[in-house]
Design a protein around this ligand. Structure first.
Ligand code: SF4
Length: 825
């Protein structure tokens, strides 16, 4: 026997043994993931059966992986068929191992591929592509040589070459996306390793996927593949669609019927099976009935596996050099890996480029936190059982029916299953639904009329909270009893004779998934209401619509720097973080601190690149000085008249950006009739979908858009339609927001100054984003007006001013400001 060069972790050994036992000791083929220490840390069942069933499943493998299978006899010498498959896999860098049924004995037929040293990218190759007279210049009609773009690409190349991380702020117009894409492509192709490009907005993703990548595929000498990866729930599950077809649900006449029928018809025709391919937006509850879900997926046991849309997309991404994803998906992947769970979201990657990196803290906070409300709990019960039109439906009813009509199952077992479902589970489940409503209704009372309540140490000592805490203990006990009954049902299924068990494998997997989900609900409740957790903030929040209000309990980590360092910077060889807004007051201190980059300073490089636009020529920056400060009572009264004057100075063509919906709505209601009298149309955030709103705004040159937080960034309006950006207040976070408040307290406990170290820099980054809406091209010209004079009167105002590019500045009374605006334009 050969020396063991690769090893299993103990957990992997147990999982292998369990899967083989489940397959009654027959052959099982696994895909194994190997780390740099040659340890197999994760396995996934590829197929059960013999070698001939394997090739169909091999397209999901990549260099560095291993295929493992057992020889039930315990004789590990490879057969001729083994050698045949091993040779094919070996040529692709995939290892091949044979084990005994215990997973203890191991025969390495082919070693997995362990990468040699990376091949560096030469800076010359970047010049040849991005430089004057280079490939891009020859293919792009309006090509502009941008020194900053080349500097950025070269610095990224050095970071890839030296396995370093890079923080790079590049002003608007640098051509960031081409700079990182070209470098990532050169490196990925040369080294046969994958790079992930992660963005915050769909706009940027679409630009990369549908404009930049196709252009580079025409221009670059290296052939490469770029794939847009979407989350699993974006894909249709053919198995669910099939059960929807046979489900008598469709005989019912109700409001969802036509949409479910439309989904069914689309499902039979669609070629990519992704939600984006639908010509209508389905109701979330209807889409959930047909979309793919990780824990309910039967994978290789599904008879649709070969044609499955999700797995087809996954196989596509496994052959890509560049993966384009959004931050949410990437963090879903990172969060799964951090919990040691199956690597189900993205194929293996080595480097990450985060664009719009100023949003990372918010996205990561969501993924490392918890949330629960009554609907998240009840959803699991109603999937198991519900009644509709007087008929009983759901997984338990379907299961009982399937078992009762299976001729391989004895009447005794049929009777046991029927008793468990009809006499125990369904009545218990009805009670659990009632108890879930009751528990969360009691939690709701803790809000006491507020939209958010933080669970501070003082709050959790109140009698009202203690009462809810006791109810939570009882609720978890009841839920655990119900889970135990589900487990009894599961054991009954697992004890069935093998013929019957094989036919019930999908149901066994599904039941297991429901058990895990309900255990997850119990764990989340325990974590949110009963556990004392240091380093997290917990709060209750009003959710839903005005017709259906309910309470959601949440938790979020106060500091994600350690998680980011542990799960990203120490795992991936090179991480590039870029955005037009990463520095405050001219340095990276704030972002490095928040994102944990100071923990890996030893391998971090930094670069600040100014925008190539001529802001001195293109922008007039004004602060009216005769307005009250926003903290003064008359600010909100006076702002209406002042905004009218400022908007009329540019004859509309303006964005008015607020920090609260309340002031936005009040102002809009008052200004709309006045402006419309002067022939200026007004649009307001929320009155139509964002892209339609922007389309209409761009078309109607003199119109005005009133908007709040989400329009401070990611909006690109070039040309005359946007000549005036009015920032009504400096965009400070609401200080009593639970996360903001708790993060500030933490800074204070550590002896810092929360206002200067957290609130000000956070507001500066948002302010820079708001300012950046104005100039989107070399031809744009216009004014940015800040109607919050604290930028001049407060000490911290200097940090805001210092963070802007140099432009024409004017501070004076409103009349002078409006006159100067008229002259400037
Ligand atoms: S493999 Fe999974 S996602 Fe695909 S059709 Fe089957 S159950 Fe659905």
């Amino acid at each position: 026997m050969r020396e063991k060069s690769v090893k299993f972790t103990e957990d992997v050994k147990k999982r292998i043994k369990y899967a083989i036992e489940q397959a009654k000791g027959n052959e099982v083929f696994f895909k194994g993931l190997v780390n740099e220490q040659k340890i197999i840390w994760d396995v996934e069942v590829l197929a059960r059966g013999n070698q001939f069933s394997v090739p169909a499943c091999l397209c999901d493998l990549e260099p560095g992986d291993v295929v493992i299978h057992n020889h039930p006899s315990g004789e590990l010498t490879p057969s001729a068929a083994d050698i045949n498959i091993a040779a094919k896999l070996g040529a692709d860098g995939i290892g091949f191992l044979i084990i005994d049924n215990s997973g203890e004995e191991l025969y390495v037929v082919v070693e997995p591929y362990f990468p040699s040293e990376d091949i560096p990218i030469s800076l010359e190759s970047i010049q040849k592509i991005l430089g004057e007279g280079g490939r891009i210049a020859c293919h792009l009609e309006n090509y502009e040589y941008r020194q900053e773009q080349i500097k950025m690409a070269e610095k990224i190349a050095l970071s890839f070459n030296n396995q370093q991380h890079l923080l790079v702020e590049a002003g608007t117009g640098t051509g960031k996306s081409l700079a990182y894409l070209i470098t990532a492509i050169l490196w990925a192709v040369k080294n046969k390793k994958r790079v992930v490009i992660s963005t915050n907005t769909i706009n940027l993703q679409e630009q990369i996927m549908f404009k930049d990548i196709p252009f580079l595929q025409r221009v670059l000498a290296d052939k490469f593949k770029g794939v847009l990866v979407k989350g699993r729930s974006n894909y249709l599950c053919l198995r669910k669609l099939e059960s929807l077809e046979t489900d008598s649900l469709l005989e019912d006449v109700d409001e969802d019927l036509s949409q479910l029928k439309a989904l069914k018809e689309w499902g039979l025709k669609t070629t990519d099976g992704s939600k984006a391919d639908l010509s209508f937006l389905p109701k979330e509850t209807n889409w959930e009935q047909v979309c793919s879900e990780g824990d309910l997926c039967l994978k290789v046991h599904c008879h649709h596996y070969k044609d499955c849309f999700f797995f087809k997309a996954r196989r596509e991404s496994a052959t890509a050099d560049i993966l384009v994803v959004n931050h949410h998906l990437l963090f879903a992947d990172i969060a799964l890996r951090s919990k040691g769970l199956e690597s189900g979201v993205l194929p293996k990657y080595h480097c990450i480029v985060f664009d719009e990196a100023h949003n990372i803290e918010d996205t990561a906070t969501t993924y490392f936190g918890y949330k629960i409300n009554k609907y998240l709990g009840i959803k699991q019960f109603t999937r198991l059982f519900y009644t509709k039109g007087g008929k009983q439906r759901g997984f338990l009813i379907d299961l009982n029916y399937k078992i009762s009509s299976d001729k391989h199952i004895t009447p005794i077992i049929k009777g046991r299953v029927n008793d468990l479902i009809i006499l125990e589970l369904i009545p218990q489940l009805g009670e659990m639904v009632k108890k879930t409503h009751l528990f969360f209704d009691n939690v709701y009372t803790l809000l006491n009329g507020n939209s958010k309540v933080r669970l501070t140490p003082a709050f959790i000592e109140t009698a009202e909270y203690k009462d809810v805490e006791n109810q939570c203990v009882i609720y978890i006990q009841e839920l655990t009893k119900f889970i135990e009954t589900l487990k009894k049902l599961l054991s009954t299924l697992e004890e069935m004779p093998s013929k019957a068990f094989e036919g019930l494998l999908p149901q066994v997997m599904e039941l297991n998934a429901y058990i895990k989900r309900l255990e997850g609900v119990a764990e989340t409740l325990d974590y949110l209401f009963l556990k004392e957790v240091k380093g997290d903030v917990k709060w209750l929040e009003l959710s839903g619509t005005s017709k259906n209000r309910y309470v959601t309990a949440n938790s979020a980590p106060l500091d994600i720097s350690y998680q980011l360092n542990e799960n990203i910077y120490t795992v991936y060889q090179s991480v590039i973080l870029t955005s037009a807004t990463l520095t405050t007051g001219g340095n990276f201190h704030y972002i490095k601190n928040r994102l944990g980059l100071n923990l890996c300073q030893y391998k971090l490089e930094e670069l600040i690149l100014p925008s190539p636009f001529n802001y001195k020529e293109q922008v007039l920056f004004c602060v009216p000085t005769n307005l009250p400060e926003p903290t003064q009572r008359d600010f909100e009264l006076e702002i209406i008249d002042n905004l009218y004057q400022l908007i009329m100075a540019t004859r509309g063509r303006a964005f008015v950006l607020f920090t609260s919906f309340k002031l936005l709505n009040e102002t809009y209601e008052k200004l709309k009739p006045l402006l419309e009298d002067r022939g200026i149309n007004c649009f307001k955030q929320g009155e139509m979908q964002r892209h339609l709103l922007l389309q209409n705004f761009k078309k109607d040159i003199s119109s005005v858009l009133f908007a709040t937080s989400s329009f401070w960034e990611g909006v690109d309006v070039q040309g005359e339609a946007l000549s005036n950006v009015i920032l009504v207040k400096l965009p400070f976070s609401v200080p009593d927001e639970p996360i903001v408040e708790a993060r500030q307290e933490l800074i204070q406990q550590k002896g810092g100054n929360p206002f200067m170290e957290y609130q000000v820099p956070q507001a500066v980054l948002r302010f820079k984003q708001g300012f950046g809406r104005l100039i989107r091209s070399k031809e744009d010209r216009g004014v940015v007006v800040v109607t919050d004079k604290r930028i001049l009167t407060k000490t911290y105002g200097k940090i805001f001013l210092k963070s802007l590019p140099q432009c024409n500045e004017l501070a004076g009374d409103l009349n002078r400001v409006t006159e100067t605006i008229v002259d400037f334009l």
